[in-house]
Design a protein around this ligand. Structure first.
Ligand code: AN7
Length: 367
């Protein structure tokens, strides 16, 4: 038997969300974990937002997951269970991040990934991930909701396992983000804000917060506030959007699969659904990057945009603890980020000089 050197004994290598939380997850006993060591993402304190709100505002930075979004939490669970059950191929509909995550975990598991995406509406980084991880990518003339209908139909009639969040195992993995927040803060926050598209994430968070409260691991559950893009805001209006439209393509969804669960989360937590415009989203994305050093994709900034909108409207968070989940990494979609930057009237990098210190100093305004 080897012994661990004393200096290393206190160190813990994060094992991924299944092994860290297995006893709290409803997945079949003995399912081997197919993991990229997802989860264990940081809660980063935002001095900027804490100052604006006179609250303690923390960012749950889910872009730090292996494929750059929160989807990896649910995907390790769904792929592990599908593999254990003998699946050969997996399918999902996606606005980009689910397909990137599914393709990576399917590659790790030796399963064939099949991806259905709305034509022309997927950020380049996400598409590159799905392709490089070996997915067969099928573009659909339609939106995400059409893709989900097809994915369900394929899984129903052919030997492919569906891993969209209509698969309840996905929510089991995804709820670990709520566990991590409570583990870190010592209790649940007063408020939890996040973007909402297909509504799996908010449903999973509510499951996780509720479970911790029932187990006595938290004294309370947070008020849940979900934010949608104005052009794709069915949970705000109460009606499906037949033609959802937003530059935050990740949340361009008109008929969320977890509609009922998300409404339950709102009702039971005393929360709300609100919408924000694309300009607010892109402006929040820039401000978060510039103030806090956290670069998120447009959809991920919806919760930040929502918090700023509420403050502008006179809402007070003073004295409370607030967690805002930022769901995906900014590098997923640099094109939209730079378009937003340019359209805000700021100039992109356009100074070109010879390799000369004086020229650099002049260009930098130092001389
Ligand atoms: C960055 O990848 O639906 O409300 O197919 O990628 O749980 O759907 C992505 C959704 C928020 C919304 N932020 O979460 C997909 C997909 C980012 C996202 C959401 C998504 P849900």
């Amino acid at each position: 038997m080897t012994t661990t050197p004393p200096a290393l004994q206190h160190r813990h290598q994060w094992r991924g969300v299944i092994e860290e939380y297995r006893s709290l997850l409803e997945i079949p006993a003995g399912t081997p974990a197919i993991t990229l060591r997802e989860g264990g993402t940081p809660l980063v304190h935002s001095e900027w937002l804490s100052g604006l709100t006179r609250a303690e505002v923390w960012l749950k930075v889910e872009g730090d997951n292996p494929t750059g979004s929160f989807k990896d939490r649910g995907m390790t669970a769904a792929i592990s269970v599908a593999k254990h059950a003998g699946a050969q191929a997996v399918v999902c509909a996606s606005t980009g991040n689910t397909s990137a995550s599914m393709a990576a975990y399917a590659a790790k598991a030796g399963l064939k990934p099949l991806v259905l995406v709305p034509e022309g509406k997927i950020a380049a980084g996400k598409m590159a991930q799905a392709i490089l991880h070996g997915a067969q990518v099928i573009m659909v003339r339609g939106n995400f909701d059409d893709c989900l209908m097809l994915a369900k139909g394929l899984a129903w009639e052919y030997p492919v396992a569906l891993v969209n969040s209509v698969n309840p195992v996905r929510l089991e993995g995804q709820k670990t983000a709520a566990f991590e927040i409570v583990d870190f803060l010592g209790d649940a926050p007063d408020y939890h804000l996040l973007p909402v598209g297909n509504a799996g994430n908010i449903s999973a968070y509510w499951l996780g917060f509720s479970q911790y409260a029932q187990l006595g691991l938290a004294t309370k559950t947070p008020i849940m506030r979900g934010f949608q893009a104005e052009g794709a805001a069915p949970l705000v209006t109460g009606e499906p959007f037949p033609d959802p439209e937003t530059r935050a393509t990740a949340i361009r969804i008109g008929n969320p699969a977890s509609w009922k669960l998300a409404e339950a989360a709102r009702n039971e937590s005393g929360g709300s659904f609100q919408s924000v415009t694309d300009d607010q989203i892109l402006s929040a994305q820039r401000d978060l990057a510039a103030h806090d050093g956290v670069f998120v994709e447009p959809a991920s900034a919806a919760g930040i945009a929502g918090l700023l909108q509420e403050l502008a409207g006179g809402e007070s968070y003073a004295g409370s603890t607030v967690v805002v989940t930022v769901t995906g990494h900014g590098l997923k979609d640099t094109a939209t980020a730079l378009e937003g930057f340019a359209s805000s009237g700021q100039s992109l990098v356009d100074t070109v000089i010879d390799a000369d210190v004086t020229a650099a100093a002049v260009a930098a305004g130092l001389a």
